[in-house]
Ligand binder design. Structure first.
Ligand code: SF4
Length: 239
């Protein structure tokens, strides 16, 4: 933050701290012990460092859920007394209930699809149910400006040669040729970024594979491991 403020004198910053309840509730929701106390300590530190700096606002954001709605007033009063904030904002957990349930289904279905494809392609490439969109919807840029369709494929050029204009790089002959070659390369991999990215552009995957993935994970919640395989995991558990 210090660097950002020094390097970008024209930028105004909202520093938003997430607190979803008093200590026990917040830590339980976040699943991180002492997170409430540590967040408060960070707020205090920021207060000290940036006191009087008008282009930096310090806020707390609380997401209202069924676990915390009863103590949000208490949280607001506590923060009024113990911190010097510019704002305290509240947001209902994203979406009404049907939308929430839909988002959960979509998320879990997506995860299931990703794990399944990673399992398929772990030992040897096996065709995904959708075309890979590497090079068309996303490219990978290395630290030095070199770019490629994905991490596993070769360098196609350097953004420097395109004056760092991404659109020109996307239009380049080298990338066009690479996109033609990818379907024939049989390079199906386990890279989750490109699995997600490619599935977003496939109506078949969106309408069939992801809902089916969700249903499968509902039906089979536990991994199917033999007793012998389970023993291996038990041996890894700390005493
Ligand atoms: S399938 Fe994997 S290796 Fe092949 S182009 Fe797509 S992301 Fe790259």
């Amino acid at each position: 933050m210090d660097r950002l403020l020094a390097l970008c004198p024209e930028v105004a910053v909202d520093l938003n701290f997430s607190l979803d309840g008093l200590a026990d509730t917040h830590d339980a929701i976040r699943g991180v012990p002492n997170n409430f106390a540590r967040t408060l300590a960070t707020i205090k530190e920021a207060e000290k460092r940036y006191r009087g700096m008008r282009r930096l606002r310090q806020n707390v954001v609380s997401v209202i859920t069924r676990e915390n709605y009863r103590e949000l007033v208490a949280l607001g009063l506590y923060l009024l007394e113990s911190a010097d904030l510019d704002g305290h904002y509240f947001e209902v957990v994203r979406g009404p209930m049907p939308a929430c349930m839909f988002a959960t289904m979509y998320y879990l279905g997506n995860l299931r699809l990703q794990f399944q494809l990673q399992e398929w392609c772990l030992e040897r490439p096996k065709q995904w149910p959708m075309p890979c969109t590497a090079g068309r919807t996303a490219i990978v840029v290395d630290h030095n400006g070199a770019f490629r369709a994905c991490e596993l494929r070769g360098i196609l050029g350097n953004l420097r040669d395109f004056e760092f204009n991404l659109s020109r790089a996307f239009d380049s002959e080298a990338l066009r040729r690479e996109i033609e070659q990818i379907p024939r390369a049989n390079c199906w991999c386990t890279h989750s970024c490109f699995i997600h990215e490619s599935s977003r552009f496939s109506p078949r995957v969106q309408l069939f594979h992801i809902p089916w993935g969700y249903l499968r994970q509902r039906i089979a919640r536990r991994p199917e491991l033999s007793a012998r395989e389970l023993e291996k995991f038990k041996a890894l558990e700390p005493a």
